[in-house]
Design a protein around this ligand. Structure first.
Ligand code: 5GP
Length: 213
């Protein structure tokens, strides 16, 4: 874990939208929900993280992640390149400050699909972050989903459930909790959060100065 967060507040002259930071225990359906949310929201752009985990079948470098080796990742840590980084399931994951700032200048909203450790780091240094935690309805459903979705051995599934019990405790400091019991409803709730956040006084007022003078 980094000693202190590296991201400075919004860069001067940037035309930032909101940064939606989404976390969940594995099996809660976060990846599928984020994908559907991105498809439904043309003004939302995904932040592509760096990782040292091996590429999975069907994934593309630069699209799903920037896949790098451990030495490369550790050099980037040394050089202060990450807004946040963490070790998740034994691999490094991190968000590049430069890429975040580039995306921010476009004025579009940004979606970060990152774990709670990274989210906690951003919470300390981002002033336009909106934190959303995706919850499974209960641990029995989580277990069923994990068993159904992959061929992980039973002990790996048990470990993920144990991790999930710790991870859900982090939900208390997020701005929103979306319970993914019904996929369509959970997606609707995510869209509603995006919509509500787009009406924030701090975002709208600067564009309304003519009317207010
Ligand atoms: P996966 O390897 O299954 O794609 O992701 C594993 C976990 O790492 C997920 O919880 C995902 O949200 C998280 N993750 C992906 N990118 C980042 C990142 O840049 N930073 C942090 N802290 N976690 C990440």
């Amino acid at each position: 874990m980094p000693k202190k967060p590296a991201l400075s507040p919004q860069s001067p002259g940037s035309n930032s939208g909101s940064v939606f930071v989404v976390s969940a225990p594995s099996g809660a359906g976060k990846t599928t929900l984020c994908k559907a949310l991105l498809e439904a929201s043309p003004d939302l752009q995904l932040s592509v993280s760096y990782t040292t985990r091996p590429m999975r079948a069907g994934e593309k470098d630069g699209v799903d992640y920037h896949f790098v080796d451990i030495a490369d990742f550790e050099k980037r840590i040394e050089e202060g390149e990450f807004a946040e980084w963490a070790r998740v399931h034994g691999n490094y994951y991190g968000t590049s400050i430069r890429r975040l700032e580039e995306m921010s200048r476009s004025g579009k909203d940004i979606l970060l699909d990152i774990d709670y450790q990274g989210a906690a780091q951003l919470k300390k240094c981002l002033d336009n972050g909106v934190y959303i935690f995706i919850m499974p309805p209960d641990f029995a459903v989580l277990q069923q989903r994990l068993e159904k979705r992959n061929s992980d051995p039973e002990e790996v599934i048990i470990r993920r459930i144990e991790n999930a019990r710790q991870e859900v405790l982090e939900a208390k400091w997020y701005d929103y909790i979306v319970v993914n019991d019904n996929f369509d409803f959970a997606l609707q709730q995510l869209k509603a959060i995006l919509s509500a956040e787009s009406c924030r006084t701090t975002l709208i007022l600067p564009a309304m100065q003519d009317m207010l003078n």
